[in-house]
Design a protein around this ligand. Structure first.
Ligand code: URA
Length: 194
């Protein structure tokens, strides 16, 4: 059976740019569509833009983003290798949690991005993206670091990098999980330090 044709990323971007599907559009400076390699093997899905992302219109450019770059390096990856998107494309005021109706309004865009990019791996960062992608109520603490097959994709949940900025004990798990991701991708691992 022939599936629905994939929508070019630039067409999805144009739709997102004009989006007024939920009230978050009223407070945004910029939509954060996502960026990276349109043919990436790995799609990284965060939660929602924060203040810096809203100002710049780019994902993960604040403190969590700096740490994400270090974590990607552990997996043998750079930003240009992956595509980074979020569950929500507009910033919730004061960085509050996404609301169910906002997730419902916004995620058709993420679904189309995923179909078009067609990655092998979807790395879900934190609870919101993991729960949405895996359609589960199980929390990230139980799911992180365990690859799960979902349709054509392997979903690999990992703690949100921002969690480690508040709780340094999460760094060990984050760094181990990114090392596992590198192994799953068959990337060279940096030599262990004694
Ligand atoms: N946190 C997210 O989940 N996404 C971003 O783009 C930035 C911070």
């Amino acid at each position: 059976m022939v599936g629905k044709p994939h929508i070019p990323l630039e067409d999805i971007r144009a739709q997102v740019a004009d989006c007024t599907r939920c009230p978050l559009h009223e407070g945004r400076t910029n939509v954060v569509f996502g960026e990276g390699n349109p043919q990436a093997r790995v799609l990284i899905v965060g939660e929602a833009p924060g203040k810096n992302e809203d100002l710049q219109g780019r994902p993960f450019v604040g403190a969590a983003g700096k740490y994400l770059d270090e974590l990607l390096a552990i997996a043998g990856l750079e930003r240009k290798d992956v595509f980074i998107a979020n569950v929500l494309k507009c910033r919730p005021p004061g960085n509050r949690d996404p609301r169910p109706e906002e997730i419902q309004a916004c995620t058709p865009f993420l679904r189309e991005q995923t179909r078009t990019i067609s990655p092998e791996y979807i790395v879900t960062l934190g609870n919101f993206s993991t729960k949405f992608i895996l359609k589960t109520d199980t929390g990230i603490t139980r799911l992180h670091g365990k690859p799960t097959k979902a349709g054509n994709f392997t979903v690999f949940p990992i703690f949100h990098p921002a969690a480690a900025l508040y709780d340094r004990s999460k760094r060990v798990a984050l760094e181990e999980d990114f090392a596992t991701l590198g192994r799953l991708l068959g990337n060279e691992q940096p030599a262990a330090v004694d």
